[in-house]
Design a protein around this ligand. Structure first.
Ligand code: ARG
Length: 585
């Protein structure tokens, strides 16, 4: 139960005891925190129901609640608001419930149900670039939030490993090395070897082949043919494809590891191939599939549509599968393997039409039960200072590995005056700087609502002030050093001795509400905001009060408890955001 749930139960009782319907007792956080902590607007609904002045109803309930020691204040604000403020003792003991785990920090709403989060989605053979940051960072945060809320969360990278990009690489390799056994019709996977490839080669070859296909029609046709042959299981191509996959996946893992992004499943579009036959049968059996100019399509338009809804393409005229085909077939696989309660796709918002089509087709064909929540959680673009999609100085696309190195360098520079860092070996120093750098870019991304574009500004992200990952990590290290200084103090109950301590306890107690809202809206930025809110109140508390050096033993113990709880709650935020804290910096 969140604190507003707890208070709603109490206030509903009071409404009932006064002879009013208990459903009127819904309590929310006050929108005027200077006046009170919580409010209930139920008297207005009651006024209609009982033909009484709202102030009278609110007054009855306020009288009742005033007798409850939980409240410092339960009073009417005209014309009929019920304003509530907790007694400090009550606030402290409610927060104690967070401290000792009686009250969960995150509402367990998942009941162990399966949720597939489809995120990352890189295309193998193409190097990771800055455009891959958002699907990885946002997807990981959403998956962790889902898991922390009591679902069984399954992150699936859904590799783009089955499309034209592979055909392009195969065709280019074939034109450079026509002698390789994998290109001969006589290729025998048991006898013939595949030459070992490298990431460097793949990184060079894909852009080259892609550019070539735009000028060389014959080459493009060869790449399309290679894609088709691969999809139809040509042994030499399959063997080469496996090698491309081996090299790319190892490289992807390295980059994602640095970002603390981990997938439960490393499936790709290729894994959907075995469900394509079933997809076609299902669509045919329901007379949904029909031919158009040689291609197989499903009509999706409905009379109620307010925007055009083009038909979805299932098979090209040449018989090859398309992006939508693998997405639909993957839904069959996910339904079979997990019967998921939800499938959420964290993918560029520019793909919204694609997902509208896929979801509508899946519904029409009954690939999932009507209750399954299918959602495209679209994200915006990362822009440069000029407001246009981020480019390197020479106008190119920045590779992710380069970006991560650059951020780590910048963090090293930022921390160059840190005594702690300077006491470390060069390698340990860089490890801390890397964590600070990752926190900076992840928080810098996640603080923006996912659907919004934002400007990539490394200096701003690394700042020790404001809504930054650096500030949050720094706050945690400050708590660490206070606790270290205080030494071994046994756990004590929380207490309020000042306004800022009251404010901090209230913010901590409201954290489950923030997590709940973030889940309901799939909006990790709300977690960032809440973490910043707590950290900034903590900073005021830290500046204004003696903690480790507090002479009064009871006060000191309560403040240490407050520091510990603050750290625990901040770390829970960082953990869900996929940000690793550092002990010191
Ligand atoms: N590989 C795709 C792309 O680069 C993204 C995949 C997103 N996930 C999905 N199930 N379609 O655009």
């Amino acid at each position: 139960m969140t604190i507003t749930d707890t208070l709603t139960a109490i206030v509903s009782e009071a409404f009932e005891a006064c002879g009013y319907d208990r459903s009127l007792g819904v309590v929310t956080l006050s929108d005027r925190l200077d006046l009170c902590q919580f409010q209930c607007n139920g008297a207005f609904g009651g006024a209609k129901l009982y033909h009484k002045a709202p102030a009278k109803i609110a007054g009855d309930v306020a009288d009742k609640l005033s007798k409850n020691p939980l409240f410092e204040k339960a009073e009417v604000a005209m014309p009929g608001f019920l304003n509530l403020t907790l007694a400090d003792d009550a606030l402290a003991s409610l927060a104690d419930e967070l401290q000792n785990g009686v009250r969960p920090l995150i509402e367990q709403v998942g009941g162990g149900k399966n949720v597939v989060v489809d995120y990352g989605g890189p295309n193998v053979a193409k190097p990771l670039h800055i455009g891959h940051l958002r699907p990885a960072i946002i997807g990981e945060a959403i998956k962790r939030l889902v898991a922390a809320s009591g679902y069984h969360a399954i992150g699936d990278i859904h590799l783009g490993d089955w499309g034209l990009q592979i055909g392009l690489v195969i065709a280019e390799l074939c034109s450079r090395h026509p002698d390789w056994a994998c290109f001969a019709d006589s290729f025998d996977p048991d006898k013939d070897a595949i030459p070992a490839l490298t990431v460097e080669l793949l990184q060079e070859i894909y852009p080259f082949a892609s550019a070539r296909s735009k000028e060389d029609a014959e080459f493009k046709a060869a790449a399309m043919k290679a894609t088709f042959d691969l999809q139809n299981g040509k042994p030499g191509y399959l063997a080469l494809w496996n090698e491309i996959l081996r090299v790319s996946v190892a490289d992807l893992k390295q980059n994602y590891d640095k970002l603390s992004v981990h997938f439960e499943l490393w499936y790709g579009e290729s894994d959907a191939e075995k469900y394509v036959g079933e997809l076609l049968d299902t669509l045919k059996n329901q007379s949904l599939l029909h031919e158009s100019n040689g291609a197989q399509i499903v009509d999706l338009a409905e009379d109620s549509d307010t925007a055009p809804m083009p038909p979805i393409l299932i098979k090209k005229a040449d018989g090859s599968s398309l992006y939508a085909t693998t997405d639909l077939a993957t839904i069959i696989q996910r339904q079979r393997d997990f019967q998921p309660d939800k499938i959420w796709y964290v993918v560029d918002k520019r793909q919204s039409l694609h997902f509208d089509q896929v979801f509508r087709c899946a519904r029409k064909a009954g690939l999932v039960p009507a209750s399954t929540d299918l959602q495209h959680l679209g994200f915006g673009t990362i822009n440069g200072a000029d407001g246009k999609p981020f480019k390197t100085r020479d106008g190119g696309v920045m590779q992710l590995s380069t970006l991560l190195e650059t951020v780590t360098d910048a963090a090293m520079d930022k921390l160059k005056t840190s005594d702690y860092l300077n006491s470390l070996s060069e390698a340990d120093k860089r490890a801390v700087a890397e964590k600070v750098g990752m926190a900076a870019i992840k928080f810098g991304d996640l603080i923006n609502h996912r659907a919004k574009d934002y400007i990539f500004d490394m200096d701003k992200f690394l700042s020790f002030e404001g809504k930054t990952g650096t500030y949050l990590l720094y706050t945690v290290t400050r708590i660490n050093s206070v606790l270290k200084k205080a030494g071994d103090i046994s756990p004590a109950p929380l207490a309020v001795y000042s306004d800022v301590e009251r404010e901090l306890l209230l913010a901590l107690l409201l954290t489950p509400e923030a997590f709940g809202k973030a889940l309901a809206e799939q909006a990790p930025n709300l977690i960032c905001e809440n973490a910043y809110h707590i950290a900034s109140i903590f900073s005021r508390f830290y500046h204004d009060h003696k903690i480790a050096s507090e002479p009064d033993a009871a006060k000191k113990a309560a403040r240490i408890a407050l520091c510990r709880l603050t750290r625990q709650v901040l770390l829970a935020h960082l953990d869900i955001l996929g940000i690793e804290a550092v002990d010191n910096m």
